[in-house]
Design a protein. Structure first.
Length: 250
């Protein structure tokens, strides 16, 4: 009906109906004229009234209410309506609340005993390059979905010496970032043997392949406490002040 309304003055109602019927969509001119002259149904009138109330409640609560809370507020105001009706009208109007859903989980503790020591003790300082590296994984929202970013930072220069992106949290994600860091330093003629590599106890960093690669490079592995938000607080604060990495990337 909207299509006919849009082009009726250019082509006429009858020719449009004939073309649509020939294309497989059967519609008679009488059907169109009946639709235009028929008064709106009781449901359509009710939906229009409810939609005005829904818009009002949604706007009065700063656009954070979803269908559940909008429905509850309408009931408190004495407006009788089914929750499924509120959901249908909000969906059609493009109204939605603020989701409390959290982002993906990036740190999954490895299983089994881990005897690697804590060598940093939250002292994220270094007097020269390649003394202390820290590694972590964060995530970014993209149009294609969540993407995970692994990075390795040299504490002395605050430089991201290695990084990698992936749509999965496999060990290769963190290992590729480490390989890039080692290659970057080797390419610059700098030795990485003797440095301390600090990370959390995520399965990527306690994996055998990752641990063996650190040993091959002559790096000492260090791990922080599990689930401790203060473990990298000093480093993240300084990195944000230097403008090297984003606030949520450490």
């Amino acid at each position: 009906m909207e299509y006919i309304d849009q082009y009726r003055h250019e082509f006429g109602v009858e020719p449009i109906c004939r073309t649509l019927t020939a294309a497989g969509t059967q519609i008679a001119p009488s059907t169109y004229y009946a639709f235009k002259t028929r008064p709106p149904s009781r449901r359509a009138v009710r939906d229009e009234e409810l939609l005005l109330e829904i818009h009002r409640v949604h706007a009065a609560n700063f656009g954070v209410y979803g269908a559940k809370k909008v429905h509850a507020q309408l009931l408190r105001e004495g407006i009788s309506v089914a929750r499924c009706t509120v959901e249908r009208l909000m969906r059609a109007a493009g109204l939605r609340g603020i989701s409390r859903a959290k982002g993906p989980r990036t740190t999954i503790s490895g299983r089994g005993p881990d005897d690697r020591p804590e060598l940093v003790e939250r002292d994220f300082t270094a007097t020269a390059p390649n003394q202390l590296w820290v590694a972590d994984i964060t995530y970014c929202r993209t149009f294609a979905g969540w993407v995970y970013a692994a990075f390795v930072i040299d504490v002395f220069s605050r430089r991201v010496v290695g990084w990698q992106l992936s749509k999965s949290l496999r060990t290769d994600l963190a290992l590729d970032a480490l390989e890039m860091g080692i290659w970057t330093r080797d390419h610059a003629g700098q030795a990485v043997a003797g440095l301390t590599h600090h990370s959390d106890k995520g399965v990527q960093y306690v994996a055998i392949r990752y641990t063996e690669r650190l040993a091959e490079a002559g790096a000492a592995a260090s791990v922080g406490s599990t689930g401790d938000s203060y473990d990298c607080q000093s480093l993240s604060t300084r990195s944000r002040e230097d403008g090297v990495v984003p606030a949520d990337a450490v």
